[in-house]
Design a protein around this ligand. Structure first.
Ligand code: GCO
Ligand code: MG
Length: 401
């Protein structure tokens, strides 16, 4: 099982993806997702220039040792670029191990803890009425959980509103600057959830993403205002670099909190978990060191009564979604998985075994991760630079996007 080659494939079937393909002397190859939205080529270079040369000749079966080698061996630890590159190698090695042993990755992890993985959909609309309609449509498709975002009076292009049939934050062409205004946001979100509960009833799980835009006391105010509507979670209420600020939010509200999509390591999560300042950790397999490191985060979360809820936006490729589904099916303290279906082009470039039915997903039973990459087709979708937008307040001050 000697690693003989590693190739980084950058393609853009609707949006940019970076994929690592590792090959072994036995003819078994594995895939890993290395996509870091808006900063894709940094990870491609990290892999091509600094990781792949070090992997050639190593035993692909030694997943744990290779993880430690890449983490400790670089001397420079953590950070999104490094941890995304390590994650891609890790996913590819689990894929290889599964294919070599003829087993889906979830079986290698210890088997299924549940029959299927509950996922939440994205519903959104410019107005409360449109957002409620979108949530109703998703409920009609079988989803039992929906994240709902609506337009904000006076805020042009707020976060999370689908244009066309999907939401895609990264934009090709020049960087766009959006304007943010907290007060109308804080006023409209409770009205949205009031309507949702009145029209959709108490059964459906409702989620909302504040996308790191509030101060701790604003987040506390929103959490408290949303309590009558029993949210499944309020996501990223405030920037989380300083975990201590969550103490203030917790003092004021029982609305469950979720964080983690920009975290890269267990060290980002540790204090939040130890002090039980959040209810869900939403790290992604691609940005938090792969399956190997997600297991460690989940183990610490479990002893503190915190559940996992993998980030699953479309800027994570089908390889990452598959890895997340194997992990979710297995991990005991699973909460919920985000699911934004990829575009038809993306699905054609990455044929996969995972499937959605009636609000739940299953990774399938193909050996490994169960995702392939059609490289000839991928080559017809070359990389196109794209940027995440930035946000400023009305007076021009930079704000968190
Ligand atoms: C989510 C996220 C995304 C991010 C995106 C950035 O909860 O799905 O907040 O929409 O904005 O992944 O690359
Ligand atoms: Mg989010």
């Amino acid at each position: 099982m000697t690693i003989t080659a590693g190739r980084v494939i950058v393609c853009s079937p609707g949006r940019n993806f970076v994929t690592l393909r590792l090959e072994t002397a036995d003819g078994v190859a594995g895939l890993g997702d290395a996509t870091l939205n808006g900063r894709e080529l940094a990870v491609a270079s990290y892999l091509n220039d600094h990781v792949v040369p070090l992997l050639i000749g190593r035993d692909a079966r030694r997943i744990e040792d290779i993880w430690q080698f890449l983490y400790k061996g670089a001397y420079w630890r953590r950070g999104p670029v490094t941890m995304t590159a390590i994650a891609a190698v890790d996913m590819a090695l689990w894929d290889i191990k599964g294919k070599a042993l003829g087993a889906p990755v979830y079986q290698l992890l210890g088997g299924a803890s549940r029959d299927a993985v509950t996922v939440y959909a994205h519903a959104s609309g410019e107005t409360i009425e449109d957002a409620v309609e979108s949530a109703r449509r998703h409920a009609g498709m079988g989803y039992t959980a929906v994240r709902v975002q609506c337009g904000i009076p006076g805020v042009e292009r707020p976060y999370g509103i689908a244009r066309g049939d999907r939401y895609e934050p990264a934009e090709r062409g020049p960087l766009s600057e959006t304007v943010w205004n907290t007060e109308p946001y804080l006023a409209i979100v409770p009205r949205l959830f009031d309507r949702l509960r009145r029209e959709l009833g108490s059964e459906i799980a409702l989620l909302h993403d504040a996308h790191h835009r509030l101060t701790p006391i604003e987040a506390a105010r929103l959490g408290r205002a949303l309590e009558p509507y029993s949210l499944f979670w309020l996501e990223d209420p405030t920037p989380a670099e300083n975990p201590e600020v969550f103490r203030l939010i917790r003092q004021h509200t029982t609305t469950p909190l979720a964080v983690g999509e920009v975290f890269n390591s267990i060290h980002d999560c540790r204090q939040l978990l130890e002090e039980q300042l959040v209810d869900y950790i939403r790290t992604s397999v691609a940005h938090a060191g792969g399956i190997t490191h997600m297991r460690r985060i989940a183990a610490v979360a479990e002893i503190h009564g915190v559940r996992m809820g993998s980030h699953g936006a479309t800027d994570l490729s089908p390889v990452c979604l598959a890895a997340a589904l194997h992990f979710d099916l297995h991990v005991h303290n699973f909460g919920i998985q985000e699911y934004m279906p990829h575009s038809a082009e993306t699905d054609r470039v990455f044929p996969h075994a995972y499937r959605f039915h009636a609000g739940v997903m299953h990774p399938g039973d193909a050996p490994g991760l169960g995702v392939e990459l059609d490289e000839a087709l991928a080559a017809t979708f070359p990389y196109e630079p794209a940027w995440l937008p930035v946000a400023r307040r009305a007076d021009g001050t930079m704000h968190d996007w």
